[in-house]
Design a binder for this molecule. Structure first.
Ligand SMILES: [Fe+2]
Length: 263
């Protein structure tokens, strides 16, 4: 399966948000044969449609965001559903996980036990001693402990926000279920274990690279690619990106580069 839908770019801010529904558009065989199709729809039409498809495709006992060994099978005759799993609220910190009034840290007590694949994490929390007047503004927490308690895979959370800079760490196991089409450069910092990446051209789907990233590796996925990841053992990945909504349009106009560094 590949991405079927992209959020819209290029529309005036005063207009309702739109998205493009496409089939074959980003596959050379379909595109060159004139067999592809794309069509713009209001987001308020697309979003309920995709939620309904996801609901219909999900059987009771299957959580599409869980690792395969931690949930039931995705196939079989239609049998119930799992609305709790597919309507799960994605973590999106306003400033930083754990700050007063923001999304909380994960603990055994609030329903986030450590994952079976991270039994040996140092769970000590940093000591934070803000000067008087800065309580609630200066903060730190143990990201390894936090990620080891993630109950989803391939689903980045926004864990800290500085301007448009978004730190979106995640845990990965088995395979990313879609080819993710980038609309901007995307930094990957592999925090633990190993992740294999298959990288293809965004327009044609032609293979461009395979990359094995290990703990400590820093890489930047270009804006003109799609990628699929594989993790034999659950791994921690920090996805870091500039979340500015202006970037996709700047790239289309050639005003922003598709790679992070040129020389
Ligand atoms: Fe991506």
């Amino acid at each position: 399966m590949t991405d079927l839908c992209r959020t819209g770019v290029g529309h005036a801010r005063s207009e309702a948000p739109e998205g493009t529904l496409f089939v074959g558009r980003y596959n050379n065989a379909y595109h060159d044969a004139g067999r592809d199709h794309e069509e713009r729809f209001p987001s308020e039409v697309l979003m309920p449609l995709f939620k309904a498809i996801m609901s219909d495709w999900t059987n009771e006992g299957y959580d599409p965001f869980a690792a395969p060994m931690e949930t039931g099978t995705p196939w079989g005759s239609k049998n119930g559903g799992n609305e709790e799993a597919i309507t799960r609220t994605r973590v999106a910190a306003k400033r930083m996980v754990g700050l007063p009034g923001d999304t909380p840290l994960r603990t055994d007590a609030n329903g986030f036990p450590a994952n079976r694949m991270f039994p040996d994490i140092d769970r000590s929390q940093p000591v934070v001693e803000p000067e008087p007047g800065f309580e609630g503004e200066v903060w730190a927490y143990n990201l390894f402990d936090y990620l080891s308690r993630s109950d989803v895979t391939w689903n980045p959370s926004v864990c800290s926000v500085v301007g448009e800079s978004l730190f979106c760490p995640t845990t990965e196991e088995f395979s990313l279920p879609v080819d993710h089409g980038n609309d901007r450069c995307e930094w990957f910092i592999t925090l633990s274990d190993e992740i294999d990446w298959e990288i293809k051209d965004k327009e044609t789907a032609k293979p461009r690279a395979t990359v094995l990233t290990r703990a400590g590796d820093v890489s930047c996925m270009p804006a003109d690619i799609r990628h699929k990841g594989f993790a034999k053992k659950r791994a921690m990945l920090l996805v870091w990106e500039n979340g500015s909504p202006a970037i996709p349009e700047m790239i289309l106009k050639g005003e922003a580069p598709v790679v992070a560094v040129t020389w």
